[in-house]
Each structure stands twice: as structure tokens, then as C-alpha cells.
Design a protein around this ligand. Structure first.
Ligand code: SF4
Ligand code: FES
Length: 246
């Protein structure tokens, strides 16, 4: 298939940036979206032009790096997948595709489609950990019974890959789905209780300090999340926050 790409090009954080048109031809419907971008970059390199900078790593939906806003949607038109899992069969011959970086004040553009998501790292560092006895007297994990329901919910929350699609798609640039998942992952388990109070207070404080907006319950984050993280996690974080504040 032959496509027109309108891609956000921005030299650095200070550059104003603009959409630039490119043509790609003979794209197979079996290619992933990132492979299509590789084809474009080969063309640009062969012509002596600067390739389009974009983040990627695992290319199998695990690392959360491939942050692209495609035709107005985080990770493109399909649900429950990342950009690297999006295939060209989701588009038609002759289509024009708009490709932009994730946009949020807390995710400044570094270059082209690459944004700085270290704000998420700082939120994690503020509370995304537990204390474990490593003195040699460590208790066997199976000696702490956990209900199947809680274990499953904690596991579901832990599938968040920190991609930032929830922030990019939210009209308030809220990070509450991400932080809700990270708080819930520990709040549901006995191992997470030692730091429970300071965890939620510190993570919410860091989230606010980074400039993320507040949640107004539109639910766009849940729709665009590639891992199906539920809004229930935001409600749990709010309950944990209230409990910790009291
Ligand atoms: S909650 Fe979903 S959309 Fe947000 S960072 Fe985690 S995996 Fe990505
Ligand atoms: S490149 Fe790792 S999730 Fe897409």
C-alpha cells in the first residue's frame, strides 16, 4: 500500500516544530507500524536526510516505550495494544496518517516523536517499592496466604507498563490511572502494607509536583490503556489517599 505520512518534526525541546509530509510506497499490510517507520527512515537516510526520532525497545508490547499519537489516538486506532503491536492492515491504501508525540506538560518533547517520561520514574521512586527482610530469615512466600481475588487484582494492576497513553489521551493530562495502578499493586497485598501510608501520600505529591492534571472521570485513559488498567484503581488510590491523610 502507498501512504502519506504527516509527521511531527521538532529538532529539540526549544524548536517550535511542525508537521512534515512524507510518502511511503509498497508497504506490506503485514508490517508493524514501527517497521513502516523503519522503511521511512531508511529512505530518509539514503537521501541524506535526518531520520525521524521515535522511542522503541521491546517491540512486543512490554516496555511501554513506543509513544506515538496516531490519527488523534494514543497508540493508534486499535484497542488494547501498543504502537509496536499495531499492524498496517489497520490502514487502507492511499490513507493519510498523522503521527505526533504524546503531548502533556509533564512529558516535554525531546526530539520529533520522543518525549521525556522521566516524571513517571520519579513517581515510582517516591513510593513504588516494598521492604523485604533479606537477613537470611526471609519468610517463605507461600506462608502468607492471599485471596485469589486480591492476587488477581494486584496482578492486573501490575501489568501497567508505564507507557503514558493514559496521560496523553486525558484532556487534563492526568496520570491518575498510572499512579492508581502503581498504588493498587501494593495496596492489595500484605507485603505492601509496611509503607502503605507514606507510599500513597508521596506518590500523589510527586504526581502533583510533576505538573500532571487531575482526574475528572471522563474515562478516556481506561479506553486507550493498552493493558486494560481499570478505573477501579483510581478509586482505590483515592480511598488509600483519604485513609493515609486521616
Ligand atoms: S495505566 Fe495503562 S496507559 Fe497508563 S501508563 Fe499504565 S499501561 Fe500505559
Ligand atoms: S516497543 Fe516496547 S511496548 Fe512498544
Amino acid at each position: 500500500m502507498n501512504l502519506t505520512l504527516k509527521i511531527w518534526r521538532q529538532k529539540n525541546a526549544d524548536d517550535k516544530g511542525q508537521l512534515v509530509d512524507y510518502k511511503v510506497t509498497d508497504i506490506s499490510e503485514h508490517m508493524s507500524f514501527l517497521e513502516m517507520m523503519d522503511v521511512l527512515n531508511e529512505q530518509l537516510i539514503n537521501k541524506g536526510e535526518e531520520p525521524v526520532a521515535f522511542d522503541h525497545d521491546c517491540r512486543e508490547g512490554i516496555c511501554g516505550m513506543c509513544s506515538m499519537y496516531i490519527n488523534g489516538e494514543a497508540h493508534g486506532p486499535d484497542r488494547g495494544i501498543t504502537t509496536c503491536q499495531l499492524h498496517m492492515r489497520s490502514f487502507k491504501d492511499g490513507d493519510t496518517i498523522h503521527i505526533e508525540p504524546f503531548r502533556a506538560t509533564a512529558f516535554p518533547v525531546i526530539k520529533d516523536l520522543v518525549v521525556d517520561r522521566t516524571a513517571f520514574d520519579r513517581i515510582q521512586q517516591s513510593g513504588g517499592y516494598i521492604s523485604v527482610n533479606t537477613s537470611g530469615n526471609t519468610q517463605d512466600a507461600n506462608a502468607t496466604p492471599i485471596s485469589k481475588i486480591d492476587a488477581d487484582k494486584a496482578m492486573d494492576a501490575a501489568t501497567c507498563i508505564g507507557c503514558g497513553a493514559c496521560v496523553a489521551t486525558c484532556k487534563n493530562s492526568s496520570a491518575m490511572l498510572f499512579v492508581g495502578a502503581k498504588v493498587s499493586q501494593y495496596a492489595l497485598l500484605p507485603q505492601g502494607q509496611v509503607e502503605a501510608t507514606e507510599r500513597v501520600l508521596n506518590m500523589v505529591q510527586q504526581m502533583d509536583d510533576e505538573g500532571f492534571g487531575n482526574c475528572t472521570n471522563t474515562g478516556a485513559c481506561e479506553v486507550e490503556c493498552p493493558k486494560g488498567i481499570s478505573l477501579e484503581n483510581i478509586a482505590r488510590m483515592n480511598r488509600e489517599f483519604l485513609k493515609a491523610s486521616l
